[in-house]
Write a protein that binds this ligand. Structure first.
Ligand code: NAP
Length: 337
């Protein structure tokens, strides 16, 4: 089968298109043919060698794939040939609190991922995808969407509350869409006025250009009558974290998710956490249970993921380059057809 393998770090030269033997199906394995993948900032972290857990090398990269079941092991009960499925980000995090062993099964990091023609994983690592979505659309869900869902639901979002989400990448656009499903008010930031205009079309209530308004946290507060937002979807990391804390209301919640501003780029301010009774929660994608709950909501509301561009499998390197440029809005997808 065709697959991409990362054989080293730091350069796209380390990404090779290779021919590998097809996966064998045993016991409770489900073998799928991949139709589409989606790219996450995670792929850049892996490419740059910045993954702090059990990085496998060589590794088939990319956590997200949507696919069709082509063979099942003799003990599989939940799936049949022809089912449309996506894999979970962590192969073994099914439900409840995660363990270190479960965290070591991140697809495309600790174990092989989805950038291949065929993938076999145990049945607990698959979910059925919403019927109204194409494979390309469903491929956007395993990482970015589950992360946004986990952050908002763990924060206990209720109608009428205000969510601040940063930038217009994969996680943030799903956070915007889900927060609107929950009946929340959404404030979103971007470096681009044109992208902010597009977020309005998706339901954003208030928009802030963080380039032209470097003190965006003050604007976020002013948009909540000086009280502060109930939740922040914190994808920026060190360079935005202090401002995110300042944006939140007394007792507010910060889902700490991302590293878009890199490392060593800004001071953290732990004192303001206790001073303002904040809840800072680390979010690392989510379990299959969360994925399935999210799929129910997506199916009921016929929510459509936002795809910026679809790149053919043969041109995967271009997808990495586009991701790196950060000009996309929502998701970049890879199609195998
Ligand atoms: N913890 C987890 O489980 C988890 C899961 C998924 C992702 N993540 C992390 O979350 C972050 C986002 O991931 P993603 O896949 O959504 O990334 P992505 O799609 O590549 O997001 C790119 C967008 O981020 C925005 N951005 C860049 N610098 C920013 C800044 N200083 N302030 C605000 N926005 C900024 C830009 O939006 P504009 O062009 O609009 O400015 C850019 O288009 C990454 O750090 C990723 O590693 C973590």
């Amino acid at each position: 089968m065709k697959a991409y393998q990362l054989i080293g770090h730091n350069s796209l030269d380390a990404l090779k298109l290779v021919d590998l033997p097809g996966p064998k199906v045993v016991s409770n394995d489900v073998l799928v043919r991949i139709h589409a993948n989606s790219m996450n900032y995670w792929e850049l972290v892996i490419l740059r060698g910045g993954y702090a857990r059990n990085q496998k090398i060589p590794v088939i990269p990319v956590s997200d794939g949507a696919s069709e079941v082509v063979e099942i092991g003799e003990n599989v009960t939940a799936f049949k040939v022809g089912d449309r499925v996506a894999g979970t980000f962590f192969r073994d995090w099914v439900q409840g609190a995660p363990t270190e062993d479960m965290m070591n099964t991140a697809l495309g990091g600790g174990i092989d991922g989805m950038l291949a023609s065929y993938v076999a994983l145990p049945e607990h690592a698959w979910v059925k995808i919403p019927e109204h979505l194409t494979y390309e659309e469903a491929a956007t869900l395993p990482c970015a969407a589950v992360t946004a869902w986990n952050s908002l639901t763990t924060g206990g979002l209720i109608p009428g509350q205000t969510v601040l989400t940063l930038g217009t990448g994969g996680v943030s656009i799903f956070a915007l869409q889900f927060a609107k499903l929950f009946g929340a008010k959404v404030i979103i930031t971007s470096s681009s006025d044109e992208k902010l205009e597009r977020t309005r079309a998706l339901g954003a209530d208030e928009t802030i250009n963080y380039r032209t308004n470097p003190e965006w946290q003050e604007i976020a507060r002013s948009l909540t009558d000086g009280i502060g937002v109930d939740q922040v979807v914190e994808v920026g990391g060190e360079g935005t974290f202090s401002r995110s804390l300042s944006s939140a209301r007394m007792g507010g919640y910060i889902g700490t998710i991302g590293v878009l501003t890199g490392f060593g780029s800004g001071g953290l301010t732990p004192a303001s956490v206790f001073f303002n009774h904040l809840r800072v929660q680390g979010i690392y994608v989510g379990s299959r249970e969360m994925f399935e709950a999210m799929i129910k909501a997506i199916s009921l509301h016929r929510l459509l993921p936002v795809i910026d561009e679809t790149i053919p499998f043969a041109e995967v390197k271009r997808a990495y380059e586009l991701l790196e440029k950060g000009k996309h809005f929502g998701k970049i997808v890879i199609s195998h057809s």
